[in-house]
Design a binder for this molecule. Structure first.
Ligand SMILES: C[S@@+](CC[C@H](N)C(=O)[O-])C[C@H]1O[C@@H](n2cnc3c(N)ncnc32)[C@H](O)[C@@H]1O
Length: 265
């Protein structure tokens, strides 16, 4: 798959990585700093919270466990089915705090307003064109209660990733794939489209057992920090604060994820 065939909302680069929730859960099980951060924010806001890209509930379940109601929107049916299956195993009081619906974050209108709207873990990097981001920001404004905050995070473009040889594979330790059960070699290749600012990560899985190898594409728009600030400013947001890596500290040159907090003007 070539980058030129990707870059539309909802295409393979925005969906295939989320087609296997078991693998997703295993891959990100140690990523907890962002979950704790959003759960604390949710508690402080008292909720309810609107989470764009709720996925299979990595963040939403922690928010509900903290006693706050959360409504989610996500495009991926497999991720939402995984969330529904997990909810069935949890106490009814917790189940009652989470509701969700399938849909595109540029389009869904819930007819309700929230004191806190969040879009965790690079969700906005699946908005590839300016008009996608603008449609999304209009939906966020529509769902924010007066005085409410919109908080999201995104990986800062990293020079090294943007100039890699697309044919070069970067190997990682073998994993036991949770879906096939087979020991599987894993490698990533990176291709960057510098005009559309799209980074395609090709995730190559090579099982050592009977299954055939396969590749999963993941396309992320590369938003440079000042570009993100301009998009927010010119789409009706103010009080825009950038902090680093879920610490609430100012960002330095080593920042990985920028956390953005803003309000409708
Ligand atoms: C990296 S995951 C984050 C999931 C969850 N918030 C978490 O932190 O684990 C990004 C999520 O955005 C969803 N997504 C991608 N494009 C979307 C769109 N246009 N509308 C709604 N959700 C979308 C994906 O299905 C995926 O669940």
């Amino acid at each position: 798959m070539k980058i030129k065939s990707l870059g539309r909302v909802g295409d393979a680069g925005a969906t295939e990585h989320y087609a296997d929730p078991l693998y997703y859960t295993k891959t990100y099980k140690d990523r907890t700093h962002d979950v704790d951060y959003y759960a604390k924010l949710a508690k402080r806001s008292k909720g309810p919270v609107l989470e764009y890209g709720i996925g299979n509930g990595r963040v939403a379940l922690a928010i509900a466990k903290a006693g706050v109601r959360v409504t989610g929107v996500d495009l991926s049916q497999p991720m939402l089915e995984s969330l529904a299956a997990q909810l069935k195993t949890l106490p009814k009081s917790l189940q009652a705090r989470i509701d969700f619906q399938q849909g595109d974050m540029r389009e869904v209108s819930l007819g309700r307003r929230f004191p806190l709207v969040i879009a965790p873990f690079n969700c906005v990097l699946h908005l590839y064109e300016r008009r996608d981001m603008e449609a999304f920001l209009a939906r966020v404004r529509e769902h924010l209660a007066p005085g409410g905050r919109f908080v999201f995070d995104f990986s800062v473009p990293h020079g090294e990733d943007l100039c890699r040889d697309p044919e070069k594979a970067f190997g990682a330790p073998r994993i036991r794939h949770p879906t096939t059960g087979e020991l599987t070699r894993y490698a990533e290749r990176f291709e960057y489209d510098r005009l559309r600012q799209l980074l395609l990560v090709k995730m190559d899985f090579s099982p050592e057992g009977k299954s055939k190898p396969w590749t999963v594409p993941l396309t992320h728009r590369q938003y440079f920090p000042r570009e993100m600030e301009a998009l927010l400013h010119y789409n009706g947001f103010g009080e825009i604060f950038f902090t680093a890596d879920f610490t609430d500290e100012a960002a330095d040159q080593q920042v990985d994820s920028l956390v953005v907090s803003c309000a409708a003007r």
